[in-house]
Design a protein around this ligand. Sequence first.
Ligand code: GTP
Ligand code: SPV
Ligand code: MN
Length: 599
Amino acid sequence: MSKSMTNNKYVLDWIEEMRQMCCPDNIVWIDGTEEQAEALRAEACSTGELTKLNEELLPNCYLHRTAVNDVARVEGRTFICTPTKEEAGNINNWVDPVEMYATLKKLYTGAMKGKTMYVIPYSMGVVGSDFAKIGIELTDSIYVVLNMLIMTRVGQNVMDSLGDSPDYIKGLHAVADCDPENRYITHFPQDNTIMSVNSAYGGNVLLGKKCFALRIASYLGRKEGWMAEHMLILGVEYPNGDIKYVTAAFPSACGKTNLAMLIPPEIYKKQGYKVWTVGDDIAWLRVNKEDGKLYAVNPENGFFGVAPGTNEKSNPNALATTKRDTIFTNVCYDVDNNTVWWEGLNDNPPKNAINWKGEPWDYRTYDKADKINTSGAHPNSRFTASAKNCPCLSSEFNTIKGVPVSAIIFGGRRAKTAPLVYESRDWQHGTFVGSIMASETTAAAAGAIGVVRRDPMAMRPFVGYNMGDYWKHWLDMGKIIPNKPKIFHVNWFRTDDQGNFIWPGFGDNMRVLLWILARCEGKVDAVETPIGYVPKPEDINVEGLDGVTVDTIRDLLTIDNDSWLADVENIKDFYKQVGDHVPQEMYDELAKLEANLKK
Ligand code: GTP
Ligand code: SPV
Ligand code: MN
């Protein structure tokens, strides 16, 4: 047993209780030092848990493969265990806490026999800042430890900051048999507790991320008057040096990392425009007492990004971030070069390759229609990369105060219906726009891909309480933010009749961002439609775009009343499903939308 990093009796008693249940051979505290991390990497390499990659091409980078049946978040096995089902609501899976603790106890009992239990003290947010919250994760996986060291702030200063307070989030993770039938990702908001068992994949086991920074934090935010959201945070720098910040909520694998690291098109770059990344996945938002604006911080310390599709053209900043100190999970292994590859990196797949399942792989067998079985990298394969290596990292990344938010942007993958961009009329309408978000499902969660489902605020899998109460919390926040951000909705994913994306996306999304910010400054007009305000087509700059004209923009901005009316029916069903906690204001907005469309 390594030396304890604290005398805090709440922490020590809990660890002892978990030790007695899980029966590890050994307990090791993770102190955040490079020496300890290096020793753990070496140990993981010696057992085959990690493969060290080419030190010249990818210094300090490693490859890891998870079990074939453990490659994404499992929403069906994720539970919010509040004392009553009503508190968790109809959208979450719920089990009575007493029953769930009993189920889990059986699975954890003896689960760490022969293994080491690592104790990871971490902070979400800059240690000791007003935004920050402390967690301790106990895990028997070195892979989890090494990921947490990249994704969060770990070290003695975290325990010093906690002192003898009981105010921290408990997280217990055991890989156990990695049995999908007994996989549980469970949250006990009233107990500040997260318990995860039988998985070793990303969002299921890096407990600081979705489990804490969204599910538990959203619950705490409601109680304490702030918000935890599935949002990127970026700053747009104008040629005069001004920087305006926006946050954007898109569902998993719908473009947050890409937008957060956007490189402006040439026409803007040469004028001096720049984009700075504050966060790519999670935002914690609080009202600033001095100026009455909403301020955002990114509680994470790294990026757990989707690898496929990341390349020199789509996201050079993300690619550069992954060139050192990175853990790659479930990508394709290039045996000859001892490097990694994924679909969409380049047109040069390795000839001597091992796929994400760990089998020899011939790139000629790739079939777009059956990616999971034929691709070199899993569609949800990821990189875990340190924020400090990101070339476009904002100088405000370690901000204590947060950055002021000018605009909140919602968005999803919609082949039809949603226009390129529209603006809500006010905060209440904007909350409604968030509540009716819909998107085609992706590989980020287990299950069918490409099915349209409602994903309010991109938070469907991440709200730690009743969805209706969450919308109410949004409305309530609107009442306590004197200088509210404007709320917008975007869709980069409209397709033509052949199924091709019409909008070029990626860096060119800057053109839409600039319209959004011009609206926030009152510098550009808009056209009122039944769903909100859309740009005049000529106000989206198409200079330097290949094959995209003002007519293309006009087409991308059309609102088809019939498909929207069909959506209204679908929203009514969804609201019914959310149940009787849906605020009346949302029904009022829905009625207004329907009336506008029928006018
Ligand atoms: P999570 O990490 O799961 O929360 O995902 P994310 O929202 O950060 O998504 P990410 O930026 O990793 O993008 C996921 C996929 O969307 C990638 O395959 C991208 O290539 C694709 N994508 C991102 N931005 C655009 C865009 O503007 N247009 C198009 N057509 N595709 C995009
Ligand atoms: C997401 O699915 O939204 C992710 C990846 O960001 S995970 O950490 O697995 O949740
Ligand atoms: Mn995410």
